[in-house]
Design a protein around this ligand. Structure first.
Ligand code: NAD
Length: 276
């Protein structure tokens, strides 16, 4: 298992992706995003997760350049939004993301949501983007097993990653096992339950036991499930706290205790019925 912040998993096409990344959802375009990303990079994070719909790709790109860290040392993810899928603009949307980020390539391009009647066509365009070499890997987000079972027989390239809502209240063991069996790496969004892990009594109790914080317990649980994790914070002390998860290990019984908190509780929309 990973021992430090730079450790990577090797995706199904041979690309290396850090186990820990930094999410920038709901951080405002401009100095706020710039500061947060620069701080994360200074702390040692080397993976940044944005999306066209977050509206902060320009600031993410600017922060990467200002950091002075070579582009090739940073793993950059962005995503194609639903309206672009509906209007069959995936190829154009990708170009526009590259322009806003001011980069030659991204490391991972994701289909943000499985828009019904669109996502198989979208995936064909994702494959073209991959073949062009301007995304080192391609993947999906918010895909449940039925979406993947429909997509896989119609695709030449298996998604490298499936980024889904994942935390101790939403374990989705079947989806995890299915992705594992197809060599699709799961990635957790809202790994901290948008902050609610801090008030979950069992997680708080485990934090006391390990002399860690609840956030660190939840993120360590992701790593031990072999799930990539991308916590978000704009506060420097929390950015550092969320990265200090590589020097302890949860015992098997404590992993099981956390697993037992699962009650299929979603904070975000259900991918089978979302309407945007
Ligand atoms: P998160 O679970 O990472 O929670 C972030 C919030 O938790 C912060 O705003 C803060 O209030 C709190 N927090 C942060 N660090 C903390 C700490 N150490 N202790 C206590 N509270 C803390 O939620 P998120 O931002 O929704 O998800 C993380 C990332 O996942 C996003 O930034 C984005 O990149 C990605 N994401 C993707 C999708 C998708 O549809 N693909 C959806 C949502 C989020």
């Amino acid at each position: 298992m990973s021992k430090n912040i730079r450790d990577c998993t090797t995706l199904n096409n041979g690309t290396n992706m850090p186990w820990l990344g930094f999410g920038v959802y709901q951080i405002e375009e401009g100095p706020q995003t710039e500061r947060a990303v620069i701080h994360a990079l200074e702390t040692g994070y080397r993976s940044i997760d944005t999306a066209s719909i977050y509206g902060n790709e320009r600031s993410v790109g600017r922060a990467i350049r200002k950091s002075g860290i070579p582009r090739e040392d940073i793993f950059l993810t962005t995503k194609v939004w639903n309206d672009d899928q509906r209007s069959k603009r995936t190829l154009d949307a990708f170009e526009e993301s590259l322009e806003r980020l001011e980069v030659e390539y991204v490391d991972l391009y994701l289909v943000h949501w499985p828009v019904a009647d669109c996502y198989v066509d979208t995936w064909r365009d994702m494959e073209k983007i991959y073949q062009s070499g301007r995304s080192k890997a391609i993947g999906v987000s918010n895909f449940l097993q039925p979406h993947l079972e429909k997509l896989l027989p119609q695709s030449d390239i298996t998604p490298a990653v499936n980024q889904v809502e994942f935390h101790p209240r939403l374990l989705q063991p079947e989806l995890l096992a299915f992705c594992h069996s197809r060599d699709i790496r799961m990635e957790a969004w809202s790994p901290l339950m948008q902050g609610q892990v801090a008030v979950e009594p069992q997680i708080v109790a485990l934090a006391k036991k390990y002399q860690r914080t609840p956030a660190q317990i939840a993120l360590r649980w992701d790593l031990q499930h072999a799930v990539i994790t991308i916590p978000k914070s704009s506060r420097p002390e929390r950015i550092a706290e969320n990265a200090a998860i590589f020097d302890f290990e949860l015992a098997v019984e404590d992993m099981e205790l956390l697993n037992s908190l699962n009650n299929s509780h979603r904070l975000g929309p259900d991918p089978l019925s979302f309407s945007f």
